[in-house]
Design a protein around this ligand. Sequence first.
Ligand code: GAR
Length: 199
Amino acid sequence: KPRVGVLISGRGSNMEALIKAAKAPDFPAEIVLVLSNKPEAAGLEIARALGVAAEAVPAKPFGKDREAHERALDAKLQEAGVEIVCLAGYMRLLTPYLVNRWAGRMLNIHPSLLPEFPGLDTHARAIEAGAAKHGCTVHLVTEGMDEGPVVAQAEVPVLPNDTEDALAARVLAQEHIIYPRALAELARKIRLPQAASHS
Ligand code: GAR
């Protein structure tokens, strides 16, 4: 099974959904490492409680050198034998260095129906725009922010008088469903060439 590293910055509910899904014996990937750029990220403790190694790699010591921070993250991923990276509420923009190193093997989850509402505050913007539908997207990470081929999407309705929090919760429940599904799909694809070479 491909080994998976998850990058977080905070709460880690998508990370938790990935770890729990991957505990099923027939899940085609294994979560082996969680890294956070924020030492105080609540998700680090959640990962450890679920038996997954988790550590912070703060950006601060690297100052403005974003690539140096990414090299430190990448070293941890390599050391753990990671083959697929999942961004799960990782709130730092990546440089081409990390994106290119993980091309085709890095997923991100975004709380909108991309290409609608890239960037931040997606739920408030969907309500503001009077959208009838909103949702979430898992996509392969490419150099452009919130771009890259879509692997999975789920839609939810925007209800009359919806609040940002109510809409966010409705979307988050779907995130927790589609992210494990998208990871499984990528893991099966990545495993194929190896399986073929052994047959
Ligand atoms: C999720 O809603 C995720 O889609 C979003 O942050 C939240 C993280 O929650 N990601 C982005 O906005 C990326 N631009 P979590 O830490 O509980 O998974």
